[in-house]
Design a protein around this ligand. Structure first.
Ligand SMILES: Cc1cc2nc3c(=O)[nH]c(=O)nc-3n(C[C@H](O)[C@H](O)[C@H](O)COP(=O)(O)OP(=O)(O)OC[C@H]3O[C@@H](n4cnc5c(N)ncnc54)[C@H](O)[C@@H]3O)c2cc1C
Length: 417
């Protein structure tokens, strides 16, 4: 008889990474997922022939765990152009990354979104965070990203027109209260790789990971109600015995299952998708709201990055918004966003069709503090004996989820040999 399996609770990227490592080591396991599919917060839906990622997300080609664990070639990645197009004072200004595009060196130096001193500080920041091991950045003194940028001497103009919409979009919080450690770590990854979208949408990432796992090792529609180190109780009342229980849920579910009284704060995300007869910009680049007013934080045309995001002859426009809590109706959001877009791109916006709006209340855990003991290794043993992995055990991101899930399985495999 096969020994009791390791039970992994949660089939997001962390749970899948954990399962794949155990599969590779020939260790019996069972992955229990509450919903009807694996992937967790990484998900793509097909709507009227468009591929809509549930929340705007990108994969960085520099993520070490993605390079190690994914078949990047099979994802047929479409890549964003480096830098950003910044909407400021009624104009679009290209903030190029001169290291990636040396021919744009002068454009970058002269771009009116920051002083020349700002550009030199950017160069120093890039050099400084690029030295040594990436993990060493997580041990540097910690403050908020906003304070850190001020300490580095960046002008309010560059902070408000570039860092705030860009990293506000990454952290899903515009005040930049997120840990400076996370900022430096992600800045390094953004500087050393490209932001990309798989041809099949972001959901192709978990789909690819799941193809190597035998179907009888994954149980969908299986919600876990209670956990201990060696057993789980399911919502339907059944109990399962495990050699070890590994919790790979999102932080909020995990903390609930562990009976935590204090739960991590969550950052939310909202994205609006439009179908457009033609793209409003002719480059695969991120557009940032550098004025700090209005609902729009950033915008891009995913079909310019990977053509398969839209049916032939049409374009997909993705608009990420923030600061919309005062609006009670989605209709108000659509109307206000369309109004802002019309100011940016003119009357063509009237022809855009509303496709879908997604609101993800629990998109990212608050990481204004990154606790070092949690980061090395990237998982925890709870006092109950349950092992915890997932993005919240690391720098919350696709990288963090993949790394954490892999490391918890690796530690288990190493210890049991
Ligand atoms: C809108 C948005 C934008 C993002 N942008 C980016 C980006 O651009 N780049 C980037 O790197 N990262 C981004 N992220 C973060 C990234 O998607 C996550 O950090 C990562 O996917 C988390 O994976 P996970 O496996 O740790 O958790 P999850 O994906 O949350 O997976 C947990 C799984 O556990 C299951 N589960 C929960 N409770 C139970 C239970 N009781 N029983 C059984 N199963 C349960 C859930 O159904 C889920 O499938 C973004 C996230 C969002 C939502």
């Amino acid at each position: 008889m096969e020994p009791a399996p390791i039970i992994i609770v949660g089939g997001g990227l962390a749970g899948l990474a954990c399962a794949r490592r155990l599969q590779g080591a020939g260790v019996p396991y069972l992955l229990l997922e509450a919903s009807d599919r694996v992937g967790g917060r990484v998900r793509t839906e097909s709507v009227q022939g468009f591929q809509l990622d549930v929340g705007f997300q990108v994969l960085l080609t520099s993520y070490p765990a993605a390079r190690q664990q994914l078949d990047m070639e099979a994802l047929r990645l479409g890549r964003f152009q480096s830098g950003a197009l910044i909407r400021r004072n009624g104009k679009f200004v290209h903030l190029a990354d001169p290291w990636r595009e040396p021919r744009r060196f002068l454009t970058a130096a002269l771009a009116p979104v920051g002083s020349l001193a700002d550009k030199l500080r950017l160069a120093w920041l890039r050099y400084d965070v690029g030295r040594g091991a990436a993990d060493a950045l997580l041990e540097r003194p910690e403050t908020t990203t906003a304070d850190h940028l001020r300490q580095r001497g960046f002008s309010p103009r560059l902070i408000d027109s570039f860092f705030r919409p860009f990293f506000g979009g990454v952290f899903l919080e515009s005040e930049l209260q997120t840990s400076s450690r996370k900022f430096e770590y992600l800045f390094r990854l953004f500087s050393s790789g490209e932001a990309a979208l798989p041809a099949g949408g972001m959901g192709q990432i978990p789909a690819q990971m799941a193809t190597e796992l035998p179907p009888d090792r994954i149980r969908l529609h299986t919600r876990v109600r209670a956990v201990s180190a060696h057993s789980v109780q399911l919502a339907n009342g059944d109990s399962l015995t495990a050699r070890q229980v590994i919790l790979a849920c999102d932080p909020w579910q995990a903390q609930r299952l562990l009976g935590a009284t204090d739960t991590l704060a969550a950052h939310s995300a909202r994205v609006l998708y439009f179908a457009a007869p033609s793209p409003p910009i002719n480059a695969p680049i991120l557009v940032l709201n550098g004025d700090g007013q209005g609902l729009i934080n950033s915008l891009c045309v995913p079909s310019q990055v990977a053509a398969s995001y839209a049916p032939a002859g049409q374009s997909l426009v993705s608009v990420s918004i923030r600061g919309d809590e005062h609006l009670t109706e989605d209709r108000q959001r659509w109307d206000q966003v369309r109004q802002e877009l019309t100011a940016w791109f003119g009357p063509q916006v009237q022809a855009w069709r509303e496709l879908q709006m997604y609101h993800i209340p629990h998109a990212l855990p608050d990481q204004s503090r990154l606790e070092l003991p949690l980061l090395q290794p990237r998982f925890t043993q709870h006092p109950s004996g349950v092992l915890l992995c997932g993005d919240w055990q690391d720098v919350a991101s696709i990288q963090g989820a993949l790394q954490s899930g892999w490391e918890v399985a690796q530690a288990w495999v190493s210890n049991s040999n």
